[in-house]
Design a binder for this molecule. Structure first.
Ligand code: PAF
Length: 281
């Protein structure tokens, strides 16, 4: 496995591989890797000749300084895990390498970026678009892999590519959420949970699975959201930030009383840890 910290060297290497007609699969990450990331790496390795993983904790997507400082970082463990798991090339730049000058670009993507995470984490998606557009320009992947746990992020990145990167030829591949055997969605932030908070966090996926059953049995939007609010409120460690039943493509509230072709997106604080999850209906 090759590790690059410099953009120019990585670009040279990838140019050479492209000239040998190698296809490039790309998994952008912020490190603190877990099996959810590894499932993306494995899929990229299966569908491409070369798998590139980036590890970069992107400061411009954190709207909260403490959250950025607390974000888990363990590059050596990440490199070791990638080495064992089909990764060919790691790109691990410094902040100065990624942003030699401040990125002042403003991505105007309309409502898909304004609801839910867009509303509760102002500036977050703008930072995601800044870094992902840079990474796409550096790596020029044939395919880029993203996990559906960040459901809205995928919709925003697709919108960003459509509007701001019309010559980008890569395919954005959306991959299923990876869960622990008890249902908890894998997340780098789970390391912050105490054993008691970890137990409480289970209620989030359990509630979503139950909500899906309700939708399958023709419950109304109101019945489902009322149930979710009551369920999360029943655990003293949990505090609901938002729950939305949204159109699965546009992410706008759905008009239909009985939700279908929809996604339930939820964000919950478990103590101080912000957890997100979702389920498709
Ligand atoms: O999903 C993430 O880990 C990040 O938002 C991403 C896509 C790597 C951009 O920093």
């Amino acid at each position: 496995m090759e590790i690059y910290k410099e953009t120019s060297l990585l670009k040279q290497r990838l140019q050479k591989l492209r000239s040998q007609s190698k296809s490039i699969g790309f998994v952008p990450t912020m490190g603190a890797l877990h099996q959810g990331h590894i499932s993306l790496v494995e899929r990229a390795a299966k569908e491409n000749d070369i798998t590139v993983v980036s590890i970069f904790v992107n400061p411009t997507q954190f709207n909260n300084k403490e959250d950025l400082e607390k974000y888990p970082r363990d590059p050596d463990a990440d490199f070791a895990l990638l080495e064992k798991n089909s990764c060919d090339i790691v790109f691990a730049p410094t902040v100065d390498e990624m942003y030699p000058t401040p990125d002042t670009r403003v991505f105007s993507l309309g409502s898909v970026a304004e609801v839910m995470e867009g509303k509760y984490r102002p500036g977050h998606f703008n930072g995601v678009c800044q870094v992902v557009s840079r990474l796409f320009n550096i790596v020029e992947p044939n395919r880029a892999y993203f996990g559906q746990k960040d459901y809205q992020q995928i919709a925003v990145i697709k919108a960003m590519v459509r509007k701001y990167m019309p010559t980008f030829k890569g395919e954005i591949v959306s991959c299923p959420i990876k869960r622990e055997s008890d249902g908890l969605a894998l997340s780098s932030r789970n390391v912050h949970l105490s054993p008691e908070q970890r137990q409480s966090a289970l209620l989030i996926s359990k509630t979503l699975f139950e909500a899906k059953k309700m939708a399958d049995n023709k419950a109304t939007q109101k019945q489902i959201t009322d149930f979710i609010k009551r369920s999360i409120a029943s655990d003293a460690n949990l505090c609901l930030e938002y729950v939305e039943i949204a159109d699965k493509d546009t992410l706008q509230p759905i008009a239909n009383e009985y939700p279908k072709n929809a996604v339930i997106c939820i964000t919950v604080y478990d103590g101080k840890t912000r957890l997100i999850d979702n389920i498709l209906l």
